[in-house]
Write a new protein. Structure first.
Length: 396
């Protein structure tokens, strides 16, 4: 994920996702109400609806939730899609998944590993000579595995993006296109956070480099690669890489970002996520994202050896103060619970957060799409913790 200057880094890093910033109009924080839920599902639907209503009570404008138990699904929604009109949140609307994209990218890399087209121990310089260099950065010492697992020590470029720092910066940069090379160049202005392989810290730069390696090996653009290798095989008919297109298809809830604690909400629905790219640009729906997580964990995308590599975790060091026990594999996180734990990957872009979880066998999966991001530490943590609690309750 990426961080906005002035926001609490621990909170947003702990969700391990991409932040972005683009917008329309400043508005006051609204009072939101619950809207009707959906689909059958008994206990799962009740837990989802309770969580969705609780989240709108905490200041979120709208929530979409879906839970799957095998082929059976339950859905719930709460709040409004547009605070100006009061229109209800759609039952299965489009949203930007943010850093959930990283799991899709890790799947592609592990498929290429299975095809013997690269190795997890290849260095960055093997594929991108001279790209990671300067200020103590050395692509000869960083491996593909370290990029996927955030153990590279490479600086997170989104910490330095003015479009994420304030409403004014957002409005100025919301339609801006940035190439991958430009994003890496931002990171290379900084020295490494630590020597490769010696610690852990979340960095979107890692997955920009992964995207460049994927394109170098396949000879195809990211949108085509992820479509052919992940999206089409799972039948994800509402998931895609938008490129420079700043709008979302209908139906969708509008996203709202708060830049200062207690401040107004900015409508951030319009967004060019070229700067998120392989670190977080995919658009999806709750039902599609649940299908992805179930398909991944049930072995539809990766052979057992590659899925086992994905699940080899290290302690997510900089997440421990907020989410103790969290571990990170290759583009995937492990969260411990009273019943064992679950796999997931969060996702944040300006105005939208995604919280999810799936069991190791892929039978049970949950996705919550939250269409507001608050700036206050206490308020933001309350939202994340309530969403995580709901995932754990349903998974268990």
């Amino acid at each position: 994920m990426s961080l906005t200057k002035g926001e609490n880094m621990r909170i947003h890093l702990a969700r391990a996702v991409v932040s972005a910033g683009l917008a329309a109009v400043l508005v006051a924080v609204p009072v939101t109400g619950a809207a009707a839920g959906a689909a059958p599902g008994g206990g799962d639907r009740r837990l989802l609806q309770e969580a969705a209503d609780d989240l709108t009570g905490l200041g979120v404008t709208g929530v979409q939730g879906i839970a799957a138990d095998g082929r059976r699904t339950s859905a719930a929604r709460s709040g409004v899609a547009d605070i100006r009109t009061g229109a209800p949140v759609p039952a299965d609307g489009y949203f930007r998944m943010g850093s959930n994209t990283k799991t899709f990218a890790a799947v592609v890399v592990l498929q290429l590993v299975a095809e013997r087209r690269l190795s997890l121990e290849d260095t960055v310089d093997r594929w991108l000579p001279g790209v990671v260099a300067g200020n103590g950065n050395d692509g000869r010492r960083v491996t593909v595995r370290q990029l996927l697992q955030h153990t590279s020590g490479i600086y997170n470029y989104t910490n330095d993006m003015p479009g994420l720092a304030s409403p004014e910066g957002y409005l100025e940069h919301r339609f801006e296109h940035l190439d991958p090379e430009e994003l890496v160049a931002i990171a290379m202005k900084h020295g490494p956070v630590f020597a490769p392989g010696t610690s852990w810290d979340y960095s979107n730069t890692n997955y920009i480099l992964i995207g460049m390696i994927i394109e170098k090996i396949t000879g195809k653009g990211w949108a085509a690669v992820v479509r052919d290798r992940v999206i089409r095989p799972l039948g994800l008919t509402h998931t895609y890489s938008p490129g420079d297109v700043p709008t979302l298809p209908r139906p969708h809830a509008r996203g709202y970002q708060q830049f200062t604690p207690g401040g107004p909400l900015l409508d951030t629905t319009l967004l060019n996520l070229s700067w998120g790219w392989v670190a977080g640009d995919l658009v999806t729906t709750p039902s599609d994202l649940v299908r992805f997580w179930q398909g991944l964990q049930s072995g539809r995308l990766l052979a057992p050896a590659q899925l086992a590599e994905m699940h080899r975790t290290v302690l997510a060091v900089t997440f421990q103060d907020v989410f103790p026990g969290t571990r990170y594999g290759l583009g995937i996180m492990w969260t411990p619970t009273s019943c064992g734990g679950y796999w997931s990957h969060g996702g944040d872009v300006p105005g939208t957060s995604t919280v999810n979880g799936v069991t190791s066998d892929g039978r049970h999966a949950v996705v919550l799409a939250i269409s507001t991001r608050l700036a206050g530490d206490e308020e933001a943590l309350a939202i994340y913790h309530r969403a995580d609690e709901a995932v754990a309750e349903i998974i268990c």
